[in-house]
Design a protein around this ligand. Structure first.
Ligand code: ADP
Length: 183
């Protein structure tokens, strides 16, 4: 069994593919014998961070809360996969400094691509002025300058992105390359 805990932090614009890749990774890593939990930003905002809004301050509190829980999980041998926009560089830097095994994954798709996908119809509402302070439209997203992994979801398949992350975890010795064969 793989029992090395870590935090896989997926950052990117809404619609970039964070939730999709997180679910793919969850499945793949469980297959390989890891304990896995997904902390999805949208879900967190309905419970742990219920009541928080989208001001800079609230977004920072939200990221810190998710980081706190992810850290607890990872210290206990769990692969905590976080899928949250987490738009601020300083907040992500703080996570890297406080979480021992922290891997930053930039789920990269241009605003145009995300807007064309508009999975949840949020971009259309933001453009119509129905949603204020929407990341990428009228709120900041600071691209990671030095992420551990970049998934280019416009030109990679979901499977390719999942394989890319998994290969990096093998390379960093978080998971065994032969685990699947042993199961
Ligand atoms: P986010 O969690 O970043 O808001 P979602 O995962 O909810 O984004 O939505 C991303 C959308 O993009 C999904 O409909 C997904 O099927 C699609 N998509 C297309 N190609 C990819 C890819 N290579 N990786 C991830 N998602 C992709």
């Amino acid at each position: 069994m793989n029992r090395k805990g870590l935090v896989l932090w997926l950052t990117g614009l809404s619609g970039a593919g964070k939730t999709t890749i997180a679910k793919g990774l969850e499945h793949e890593l469980r297959e390989r014998g890891c304990l896995v939990e997904v902390l999805d930003g949208d879900v967190i905002r309905t419970n742990l961070s219920k009541g928080l809004g989208f001001s800079k301050e609230d977004r920072e509190i939200n990221i810190r809360r998710i980081g706190f829980v992810a850290n607890l999980l990872s210290r206990n041998g769990v692969v905590a996969i976080v899928a949250a926009i987490s738009p601020y560089r300083t907040a992500r830097k703080e996570l890297r400094q406080t979480i021992e095994n922290f891997i930053e994954v930039y789920v990269n798709a241009s605003l145009q691509v995300c807007e064309e996908r508009d999975v949840k119809g949020l971009y259309a509402r933001a453009r119509a002025g129905e949603i204020k302070a929407f990341t990428g439209i009228d709120d900041l997203y600071e691209e990671p300058l030095n992420p551990d992994i970049v998934c280019y979801t416009f030109e990679e398949s979901i499977q390719q992105s999942v394989a890319k992350v998994t290969a990096k975890l093998e390379e960093l010795d978080y998971i065994s390359a032969y685990q699947r064969c042993e199961n």
